[in-house]
Design a protein around this ligand. Structure first.
Ligand code: MLT
Ligand code: MN
Length: 306
């Protein structure tokens, strides 16, 4: 099984278009220690022929062009992309679907809640329903991922609920949305019958159920949005904590590093990293702390073969 990080950044990417903060300035200036990244997405394949895209980021067009294995190989119109699996309905998970119009057959996999958001937004009808299938994922049910022409791709997919919230644009005005465990935010397990990887770009906190599920895993890509719950407030970049945004932070007593200690996960990779997170800077003490704790920091183009 192969996995390629198409984008390592959180919503907004790195640098973010309107950010003049020092990290973004470094990324914009070409500083090799502040490598730019596009918005979070992972491509997965069993044998390299058919690929599944986990979350369709707004940068998907650019990500496809940067990844030769996702380019058309046959005839005048074709694509090795057999499906897109969504972990939620945030802009950074669904906007890239709009790049995939042009009457190319593939399947969109998502929970009923997330499909409901797509169904309610007529702009997604550009994915003509007579060629682009929408398949509902039931929580904790394992399904085979098929190629565009209906053959077994060799991959198995399981979606499971993780703590999260409704997307920003559906938050009720004037009140903080609750953190819920349901169909709004899911993690994915993808396997080829031999090994599994987990993709969890958004998760508000660790739960005993999630810890048990991840124990002993071969490879986990996990929410690396913020280093510290209050970093955006401290840096003057915003008024929200990570918790309020539905994201666990990497550091701290209830953070990701602490939550994974003792889970015996073989390879742990932080992804969906916000432009305010100092782990994006290769010379930061936080990057070093994460690495010392056994974490890798995803980057665009990172390839993993399992
Ligand atoms: C998030 O991960 O919290 C969202 O992508 C935020 C957003 O929609 O900008
Ligand atoms: Mn996001």
């Amino acid at each position: 099984m192969q996995a390629v990080v198409l984008g390592a950044g959180a919503g907004g990417g790195f640098p973010q278009w309107n950010s003049n903060a020092s990290g973004c300035r470094r990324a914009r200036s070409g500083d090799p220690l502040a490598r730019p990244c596009t918005q979070a997405s992972l491509a997965v394949s069993a044998g390299g022929a058919d690929w599944f895209i986990l979350n369709a980021s707004p940068d998907l067009r650019q990500q496809i062009e940067a990844a030769p294995f996702l380019h058309p190989r046959e005839g005048l119109r074709s694509s090795p992309i057999a499906g897109v699996v969504l972990t939620g309905s945030d802009v950074d998970a669904i906007a890239g679907l709009l790049n995939l119009r042009e009457r190319q057959a593939f399947t969109v996999y998502a929970t009923g809640k997330v499909l409901g958001v797509l169904d309610a937004n007529p702009v997604f009808e550009v994915l003509a329903r007579d060629v682009v299938r929408r398949q509902r994922l039931m929580l904790d049910e394992t399904i085979a991922l098929n190629t565009a022409d209906g053959r077994d791709s060799g991959l198995r997919l399981t979606a499971f609920a993780v703590p999260g919230k409704v997307p920003l644009y559906l938050e009720p005005p004037g009140s903080d949305p609750p953190i819920v465990i349901g169909e709004d935010t899911v993690g994915l397990r993808i396997g080829d019958g031999r090994v599994n990887l987990f993709f969890i770009p958004g998760c508000a906190h660790m739960t005993p159920e999630l810890a048990a599920r991840l124990r002993g895993a071969e490879l986990v890509f996990f929410d690396g949005t913020l280093w510290d719950d209050r970093e955006m407030i401290r840096a003057g970049l915003g008024s929200k904590t990570g918790r309020r945004m539905g994201h666990i932070s990497v550091s701290g007593a209830d953070g990701t590093i602490a939550a994974f200690a003792g889970l015996d996960v073989r390879r742990k990779v932080l992804l969906h990293i916000n432009n305010s997170n100092p782990i994006l800077l290769a010379d930061s003490p936080e990057r070093e702390q994460a690495q010392v704790a056994g974490w890798e920091v995803a980057f665009d183009g990172m390839e993993v073969t399992l």
